[in-house]
Design a protein around this ligand. Sequence first.
Ligand SMILES: [Cu+2]
Length: 66
Amino acid sequence: MRKILNVDGMNCNHCIEKIKKFISDCNGVEFINVDIDKKILEVEMDDDSKLDSVIEAIEDAGFLVK
Ligand SMILES: [Cu+2]
């Protein structure tokens, strides 16, 4: 299932690469797309229950999920 998250603190390509790297370490993540202008992160997982670990990964990368 695809989810859209509002994420604060992303402002350059470095942020995008970092956030993608942390999220891709989560099991079951199939797709990640970041729109820094809209402060939106789109993520697709094989199972919705993985969302918690994705949010945790974003926070571990140093960003805030609103
Ligand atoms: Cu940055």
